[in-house]
Structure formats: structure tokens, C-alpha cells
Write a protein that binds this ligand. Structure first.
Ligand SMILES: CC(C)(COP(=O)(O)OP(=O)(O)OC[C@H]1O[C@@H](n2cnc3c(N)ncnc32)[C@H](O)[C@@H]1OP(=O)(O)O)[C@@H](O)C(=O)NCCC(=O)NCCS
Length: 187
């Protein structure tokens, strides 16, 4: 369990699945992914998240508001599951229910996850990536102090040539960058 000012990053519960399935069916939430998810695909994804926790001891945590909804989505760390010039690597990622956007929750949870990555798990580096059109996502990367290097842009190997979602931007943060980051970034 990871705590931040307004949020808890915790293990998944069965009761999270209904909201998570609704998120997977929401076209706005899934706008920058190849498709929305059926309830069965969402449940399968949560099963994979749980397996990752068992294997690595960290993963995509379920996010709970301390004084609000018990589940608003996930934020966390995951081993990149494909080969690319920057792998092997651990990525930080997020997906929140639409009602939870625009409140700073993703950035707050992501900063807490980065703290865990560098101060508890002692990782050397964390990366994050998205399609250029996913402005909300790369803004989170910038807010938490990650930096883009255009030379690291890449084509996602799981998407076919010509797919409009294939091109990705890569952001990085090294342990050294974290230790030098200002307190507001780290809070
Ligand atoms: C990506 C995603 C998590 C970003 O959510 P978000 O709400 O835009 O990001 P944050 O939680 O950091 O909130 C930042 C916004 O909250 C506002 N905000 C309001 N109150 C705030 C507070 N107390 N503290 C900080 N920010 C606050 C900020 O001004 C900012 O708004 P702006 O972008 O209009 O300037 C969300 O859009 C999402 O789940 N998208 C679908 C899934 C997805 O694409 N995931 C990424 C795949 S790569």
C-alpha cells in the first residue's frame, strides 16, 4: 500500500471490477487504445495485473480516494512486455475513470509510485510512453518530472505498420533525476 495526500494505491479487490469494466467500455477513456474492452477482457487484464504483482512485487495499483470513491482506476509500475531499443525497462502507467480526471489525481498517484520505484524498489530508471495525441497522458509525465528525448520516439512493435497509434513518444526518469528533483515534483 502506498499513501499520498488524497489517495491510496492498494491491492485490487473483486469490488473494483465493475467500475474497471465500465472504464474499459468508455470510448473516451480508451480513445488512444486500439479498442474498448469487453467485461471479460477487463477481467483478464486485472488477472494479468495480479500475476505481475506476484512475480515482481509491484504493479499497477488500484487507486482509492481517501475521502471519496473506493476505486477510480489504476496507476503503477510494470515491466515493459515487448522488445524495443529502450527495453528491458519498467514503465509507469495510469488509467482513471473519466469522473476522476482534471483533479490532479493521476499526477499525485504517479509521483507516489515514482517514489516507491526509486526509494523502495531502488530501480535505476522508469520510462513512460504514449501516442503524441494523448496530451493528457504526456502532461502527467511532464508534471511528475519525466523528460522526453525525441531521439527515443519509437514504433510500437505490437501494432501493424500504418496504424495511426503506432508512433509513440518516450519519457524517462533516472534515479539520479529523482534524487535531484525539487520537492514539489516529488510531493
Ligand atoms: C491520462 C489521464 C490519467 C490523465 O488524467 P488528468 O486528470 O488529465 O491528469 P491529472 O490527474 O494529473 O490532473 C491534471 C489536471 O487536473 C487539474 N487539477 C485540478 N485540481 C488539481 C489539484 N488539486 N492538483 C493538481 N491538479 C489539479 C490540473 O490543472 C490539470 O488540468 P489541465 O490538464 O486541464 O491543466 C486520464 O486522462 C486517463 O485516464 N486517460 C485514459 C487512459 C490513458 O490514456 N492512459 C494513458 C495511456 S498512455
Amino acid at each position: 500500500m502506498i499513501e499520498s495526500r488524497r489517495l491510496l494505491l492498494r491491492e485490487w479487490r473483486e469490488s473494483d471490477l465493475e467500475v474497471f469494466a465500465a472504464m474499459g467500455a468508455d470510448e473516451k477513456v480508451m480513445e488512444h487504445f486500439p479498442s474498448t474492452l469487453t467485461p471479460a477482457q477487463s477481467a483478464e487484464f486485472v488477472a494479468r495485473i495480479r500475476q505481475h504483482f506476484v512475480k515482481c512485487g509491484y504493479g499497477l495499483w488500484a487507486v482509492e480516494c481517501r475521502n471519496g470513491p473506493p476505486f477510480i482506476g489504476f496507476v503503477g509500475l510494470m515491466q515493459v512486455g515487448f522488445d524495443a531499443p529502450f527495453t528491458p525497462a519498467v514503465e509507469i502507467g495510469w488509467r482513471l475513470a473519466r469522473e476522476a480526471w482534471g483533479r490532479g489525481y493521476a499526477s499525485e498517484a504517479a509521483s507516489a509510485a515514482l517514489r516507491s520505484a526509486f526509494e523502495s524498489l531502488e530501480l535505476d530508471e522508469v520510462v513512460s510512453f504514449t501516442v503524441p495525441a494523448n496530451t493528457r497522458s504526456w502532461k502527467v509525465m511532464e508534471r511528475i518530472g519525466m523528460r522526453r528525448s525525441p531521439a527515443d520516439d519509437f514504433d510500437h512493435p505490437r501494432l501493424p505498420e500504418g496504424d495511426p497509434l503506432r508512433r509513440h513518444v518516450l519519457y524517462r526518469m533516472r534515479a539520479l533525476d529523482w534524487s535531484l528533483a525539487s520537492e514539489p515534483v516529488r510531493d
